[in-house]
Design a protein around this ligand. Structure first.
Ligand code: G3H
Ligand code: ZN
Length: 278
């Protein structure tokens, strides 16, 4: 069933589990992620980024599809708007029935980030929507990797108090869109953030993190773990293989189907790495 992100993340945080938050671009991603979660008997978060919305030209078609896939699932599934910078898009997601949004003002200076995020958090909370924000910019979204960015624990605690957000994305050594899984996580900083910040922590750019370091990050206090690029790599490799094997193939189901299956298997495996199963 479709479940609120807040309840899903709170349960994981209380029991020391990780929650996989996987990005949906095509319908097949949503189906694969839910199939993988069901295989792992784990709750999961489907997330749609503002960039994916830009690709589709609108939120509603892919957003409603993700919500419908979540409703039909046999495990709890939350639907989340990822990396939103547009307040209109946030309002649209809330109206569509998304349980949560990430408002990303991490490019702004501290005071402006606080002001913009606090306003969004108040509006979302009035509508019963859970809010994630980011402090200390996790790079790589624009192709410029900055794995050296760090979130200061004291500033993070102050930011959460000043904005009222429900979860915080922090910079601890990852960068978005890495194709190799060799990011060096700052585990000491994860521990310090966990000790000092009263809301669940979110790891972005997790495609660049090796399995054992993902497990360790959860053990040290990360809860929501965002993975996008790595699943696309798995999906696309399967498409390439299917197309390469059959030059006369034209039916899209014949290559998207195997890609969906390969992605589901990887989601199930990753949920095991995150200790997300019940
Ligand atoms: O918000 C989404 C994530 O941070 C995904 O990052 O594509 O590097 O896994 P990734
Ligand atoms: Zn991200």
């Amino acid at each position: 069933p479709l479940i609120g992100t807040g309840a899903l993340v709170a349960e994981a945080a209380a029991t020391g589990r990780g929650v996989g938050a996987f990005n949906v671009i095509q319908l097949e991603h949503a189906q694969a992620i839910v199939a993988g979660a069901q295989a792992a008997n784990a709750p999961v978060i489907l997330q749609i980024s503002e960039n994916a919305v830009r690709y589709h030209g609108a939120l509603a078609p892919i957003g409603r599809a993700a919500l419908a896939v979540a409703e039909a699932a046999t495990v709890p599934v939350a639907v989340h708007l990822d990396h939103a910078t547009s307040t209109e898009l946030v309002a649209e997601a809330v109206a569509l029935g998304f349980g949560s949004v990430m408002f990303d003002a991490s490019k702004l200076a501290y005071a402006e980030n606080v002001a913009a995020t606090a306003e969004i958090a108040a509006r979302c909370h009035a509508a019963g929507c859970w809010v994630e924000a980011e402090l200390g910019e996790v790079g790589g979204k624009d192709g410029v990797h900055a794995p050296g960015a760090r979130t200061d624990p004291g500033e993070a605690a102050e930011f959460v108090a000043a904005t009222g957000v429900d979860a915080l994305a922090v910079a601890v050594g990852t960068s978005h869109a890495m194709l190799t899984r060799d990011a060096a996580l700052d585990f000491e900083l994860i521990g310090a953030l966990r000790a000092g910040v009263p809301v669940p922590l979110v790891l972005h750019g997790s495609s660049g993190v090796a399995d054992e370091h993902l497990s360790e990050a959860v053990r040290r206090g990360m809860t929501k773990v965002n993975i996008a690029t790595h699943l696309n790599a798995v999906f696309t490799a399967a498409v390439r293989e299917a197309l390469g094997a059959q030059a006369a193939l034209v039916d899209t189901r014949r290559y998207l189907g195997p890609a969906r299956e390969a992605t589901a298997a990887e989601v199930a495996r990753l949920l095991g790495v995150l200790g997300a199963g019940r």
